[in-house]
Structures are given as C-alpha cells and as structure tokens.
Design a protein. Structure first.
Length: 282
C-alpha cells in the first residue's frame, strides 16, 4: 500500500528524530505529544538539528525548509485521522502504549499500520492489544535517529506479509538500512550488545582494569567507535538496566542479569550523560 501521511506518537529524543527523517523523506508527518510544552521542545530539537546541519554544510537550506514544511505538531489524536502509518515512540511501559493505541484506533482508518519503536517489549503482545494485529509491527530505530543508518523491522506472529513488506520498504524510503529481527527481547542488536555491556561492568567490578583502560582497550583493540562505559553513559544506565531486566525475565540466563553495580548506580541517579554523571562525570 502507498504511504503518504505518517504519524509519530511522542516527540522526545527518539520521536523527534523519527519525525525528522520521515519529513525529510518527503512524507507529510504529524507528530503528537501529550502537552504543548513537550511538543515545542521536540520541534525545537528538530529545528536546531537542521540549523546546525546547514551551518556545517551537511544540509542545504532548501532541504531544511522542505523538511520543516512537511512537519506539523499536535496534542490531539484527531489530527492523526488521515495517517497511513503511525510510529509509536512513547515511554517504555506496556500500559501506556496500549492506552495510546486505544485512543488512536478511535480516529484512524482501518488500513492504517501501527508500528512500535520499543527496544524491549514483545511486539506480539502489543499487537494483541489492538484491533489490527495483522497491521502491527516493530520498527526499532537507533539514537541519534537522523544519523544512525540501521533500523530493525520486527514481525509479530500476527503481522501480515503485506504489512511486513510495506514496513520494510518504508524503512528503505527513509534512507535507512533495515534488517529483519525476531520478536524476542532485545531483537538482534540489543540481544548481542546488552550482554557485552553487562559483562564489561562485571569485569570492572572484578578489577579487570580502570574505566579508561577498558574503554581504550575495546576502542583501539577492537575498532569500536566508543568503549563500553562511554556507550553505557550515552545510552543511559537506566535504559540498559530496564532492557536487561526484561531479557533476564524472558531467558533466565545469567548473561542477562544486571550486575549489582548497575542497579546501585541507577538507584543513585547516576544515569549517564542525561543526568550529568554515570561512569564518567559530564
């Protein structure tokens, strides 16, 4: 089916990035937030990103203006009535997401596809909470969305072939490189990444080396763009802790169990860059 109008639920860090790449790809894009304060903050983030791109010569002024012209914001679900596809990027909470889908289903058309940007929740469970489980899937972007090329496309057990093909092609139209991931906690990337990050914390707890030396070792020795502790601070220790708990609950394997240090840092509010302190101070 042809996608012309895209809705985005949530204009936070991920939602604003998703709305930006959608509008930049030529889609009429409507982003919805719960309050005008959050909406204006998110739209301001998009404008600043584009303005910075123009200043650095990475984006033309014409492309910036076209992207912003394709984009609009709202605090109402009614404004999403004509959307062909809606991407949900609200808080990682099952109850919040299902309540959002219920409000959305009251206004959208029967053919509208629902997608979740969840990084950890079960896509089949989310789909089952809607009246369109065959037109539901996962579309997991990576931060920062306008820069990161990868997108994971996740099929629920109920996702139709037509929906899957449409979503995969939509991801490609955004200039992304989609991969197909299974509907299991962590999908592909986090399933491999999270145990590595947790193991780095355990190794540090056991005296393997300093934070700086472990980071430098993985960066220069393995060619990673950043070491595990720099990456943990960037992702957010609370986010990693949340995903790890969901993965451990599903698989009950020690590799997915959050180390004691991670739990205590989250309890202490040391969440990484966003709080000013994680493994490093910012």
């Amino acid at each position: 089916m042809a996608i012309k109008t895209v809705g985005v639920l949530g204009c936070g860090l991920m939602g604003s990035g998703i709305a930006q790449v959608s509008a930049a790809a030529g889609y009429r894009t409507i982003v919805r937030e719960v309050s005008d304060t959050f909406l204006q903050k998110g739209l301001g983030r998009i404008s600043k990103f584009l303005d910075d791109g123009v200043a650095k010569g990475k984006v033309t002024a014409a492309d910036r203006d076209t992207t912003l012209a394709n984009l609009s914001g709202t605090t109402s679900f009614d404004a999403l009535a004509d959307c062909d596809l809606v991407i949900e990027a609200v808080v990682e909470n099952l109850a919040e997401k299902t309540a959002t889908y219920a409000s959305l289903e009251r206004v959208v058309k029967p053919h509208t596809i629902f997608l979740s940007n969840t990084s950890s929740l079960c896509i089949t469970e989310l789909a089952a909470a809607t009246k369109r489980p065959d037109r539901f899937g996962g579309l997991h972007f990576f931060n920062p969305v306008p820069i990161m090329k990868l997108v994971e496309v996740i099929r629920a057990l109920t996702t139709s072939d037509e929906t899957y093909q449409t979503v995969f092609q939509f991801a490609q139209s955004l200039g992304k490189e989609p991969i197909t991931a299974p509907d299991r906690p962590g999908f592909i990337v986090n399933r491999l990444l999270v145990p590595y990050l947790l193991d780095a914390i355990r190794a540090y707890e056991n005296g393997l080396g300093t934070l700086e030396d472990i980071d430098k070792g993985m960066k220069l020795g393995c060619g990673y763009p950043m070491g595990p502790f720099t990456l943990l601070d960037f992702v957010g220790l609370d986010t990693t802790y949340y995903i790890a708990n969901i993965m451990f609950e599903e698989f009950r394997e020690p590799a997915y169990a959050p180390p004691p240090l991670l739990k205590r840092m989250v309890l202490a509010g040391r969440l990484g860059r966003k709080s000013g302190q994680g493994f490093y101070k910012y």
